[in-house]
Write a protein that binds this ligand. Structure first.
Ligand SMILES: CC(C)(COP(=O)(O)OP(=O)(O)OC[C@H]1O[C@@H](n2cnc3c(N)ncnc32)[C@H](O)[C@@H]1OP(=O)(O)O)[C@@H](O)C(=O)NCCC(=O)NCCS
Length: 214
C-alpha cells in the first residue's frame, strides 16, 4: 500500500476530475448549487430525515446550500452527489466531513482550503426512498472509504448513526466499519463506528474490489 501523505503538511489541491468518483453503478460528483433539487427532495422528506435531523423548509435548504458546497483539504472533504450512471438520475449524497461532537450540525468553518480539519472525519450517506434496498449506500460508502484512504493522510474514518437506524448500521458493517459502542456526536448519544487504514487494507474492498476514481 502507498505511504499516506502527512496530515501535518499543507494539502495539495486535487483537480476537479480527481474528485469525480465512480462505482459500478454510480458517479459521485462534488455537490454544487445546481443540486438544490436533490437537497430539497432529501431534507423535506420526513422518511429520509427520520434518523438524521428535523425536516427543513425549501427556503432554509436553499439558504444553507452555499455553505454545504464548500470543500476542505484540497477538495477531499465535503459532500458528493450520487447519480446513476445509466440514467443520470440523482439518487442521494455521500459525505466525508468533520464529525461534530456537541454541536447539532457540522462545523463548516473547519473546512479549510489547504488543511485537514482538526477533527475526526465521518463518512455518511442519504438516499431518496426510491433508491433504498438496492445496495447503493454500501456502494457510496465503499467508494468514499477507498477515496479517503487513498487520498488523505487520515488513519481512521468514523461514522455515527441514530441507535435505531439499523439499515445504516448494517451498511457500515458491510463496508468493514467496526461497532465501537455508544458515543457522543451531533450533541446526542449515537451508535459509533470506525475503520482504521490498516483494517481497511484487510477488507476485500480495500484490497481493490471497491469503487475507483473516474
Ligand atoms: C439507511 C440508508 C442509507 C440505507 O441505504 P440502502 O441503499 O438501502 O442500503 P444498502 O442497500 O446498501 O444496505 C442496507 C442493508 O441494511 C439492511 N436493512 C434494511 N433495513 C433494515 C432494518 N430495518 N434492520 C436491519 N437491517 C436492515 C438491508 O437488508 C441491507 O443489508 P443486506 O445487504 O445484508 O441485506 C437509506 O435507507 C437512507 O438513505 N435512509 C435515510 C437517510 C439515512 O438514514 N442516512 C444514514 C444516516 S446515518
Amino acid at each position: 500500500m502507498k505511504e499516506p501523505p502527512s496530515r501535518d503538511r499543507a494539502v495539495p489541491h486535487l483537480p476537479p476530475e480527481g474528485l469525480v468518483l465512480r462505482t459500478a453503478r454510480l458517479e459521485l460528483r462534488p455537490l454544487t448549487l445546481e443540486d438544490e433539487d436533490l437537497a430539497v427532495a432529501l431534507f423535506t422528506d420526513p422518511e429520509v430525515v427520520r434518523y438524521v435531523c428535523d425536516v427543513y423548509t425549501p427556503e432554509a435548504i436553499k439558504d444553507h446550500l452555499p455553505v454545504e458546497v464548500e470543500r476542505g483539504a484540497g477538495g477531499r472533504i465535503g459532500i458528493w452527489t450520487a447519480k446513476l450512471i445509466e440514467t443520470g438520475a440523482k439518487i442521494g449524497t455521500g459525505v466525508l466531513l468533520p464529525l461534530p461532537i456537541d454541536a447539532k450540525d457540522t462545523d463548516w468553518s473547519l473546512l479549510v482550503h489547504d488543511r485537514y480539519p482538526d477533527a475526526e472525519i465521518e463518512v455518511g450517506y442519504m438516499l431518496l426512498p426510491g433508491a433504498w434496498g438496492q445496495g447503493f449506500a454500501t456502494e457510496i460508502c465503499v467508494c468514499l472509504l477507498q477515496f479517503a484512504f487513498e487520498h488523505m493522510a487520515l488513519d481512521e474514518i468514523k461514522a455515527v448513526t441514530d441507535p435505531g437506524n439499523l439499515a445504516s448500521q448494517r451498511v457500515l458493517q458491510k463496508c468493514g466499519l467496526a461497532a465501537e459502542g455508544m458515543r457522543r456526536a451531533y450533541g446526542e448519544d449515537c451508535a459509533g463506528f470506525g475503520i482504521t487504514r490498516r483494517a481497511w487494507g484487510n477488507t476485500a474492498q480495500g484490497r481493490g474490489a471497491g469503487g475507483r476514481r473516474g
